[in-house]
Design a protein around this ligand. Sequence first.
Ligand SMILES: Nc1ncnc2c1ncn2[C@@H]1O[C@H](COP(=O)(O)OP(=O)(O)O)[C@@H](O)[C@H]1O
Ligand SMILES: [Mg+2]
Length: 312
Amino acid sequence: MEPILELSGLSKVYPGGLTALDNVDLTINKGEVFALLGPNGAGKTTLIGAVCGLVRPTSGSIRAFGHDLASDWRRARNRIGLVPQELSTDMFEPVHRAVSYSRGLFGLAPDRDRIEEILRSLSLWDKRDERIMALSGGMKRRVLIAKALAHEPDLLFLDEPTAGVDVELRKGMWAIVDTMRERGVTIILTTHYIEEAELMADRVGIINRGKLLMVDQKDAMMARLGRTEAHITLARPLSALPSEIARFPVELEPGGEVLCYRGGDGTGKGKAEVAALTKALIAADIDYVGIDTRESSLEEIFVSLLGEGKAA
Ligand SMILES: Nc1ncnc2c1ncn2[C@@H]1O[C@H](COP(=O)(O)OP(=O)(O)O)[C@@H](O)[C@H]1O
Ligand SMILES: [Mg+2]
């Protein structure tokens, strides 16, 4: 596999002393979709900023397309696109002009057909003459994507592309990522939605407090990290766990009215096991009045990761 981006020993300490990136090593291969998962403040935007020339690293090196960014910035820059997290764009500009201008910024010749293609693919063509400020939040975000695609980047960063957007737009965003992937664009996206990483990424990296805790193929990662939790409210309290359900990873909550299942592995095993557990309860004549099932959050996964000492 051909590396397209290589971070080594990358650190960023902001003035004031906050370590936002702590010795990050990461190699991204050509054509992959890589999701950087982490809670707010983990360092995701800082990492992207370092590659995109918006944040000056404190130490470490970045190579993109085989060029060292510290000495050869210009040769890599026009092959990188960024869709920023914040909606900061020229709000008074009409859509078409803003996108054409972005292309020009990178020294590419004007190309009306290419801009039209981009705007059409993002369902913005009908809005091309509207001012950006007049568009809905979702459309504004699509304008940011159009701007990032205007110079036909080979490496595209999407910084929390679906944070705070509605379900419809989120699906649209996923479709856009798929189209880009088919064109061979390498994509690095950040998210704090584990489902999003699961849906879109080939590989996932987990970052917390500036440290890249683990990087793995998505399937392997989800199988390792995912957990299902189910609270089963019983019709009558139990004084002890009945032997019929002892084979399940369950605990009786204090009071005996709630059975808590914690298990599974992110591959659907947890849900299947909860279904089997409910059958076993019925077979054992234990009535229940409610089941509340949920998948673990990223924060919980972090806690368990750190707790198990895997975060070296
Ligand atoms: N310009 C800055 N000056 C000082 N601290 C910053 C700056 N930008 C970000 N930080 C801090 O660095 C940490 C990482 O921030 P950021 O990279 O934005 O995280 P994320 O994108 O994962 O939410 C946070 O604690 C944030 O408050
Ligand atoms: Mg961020």
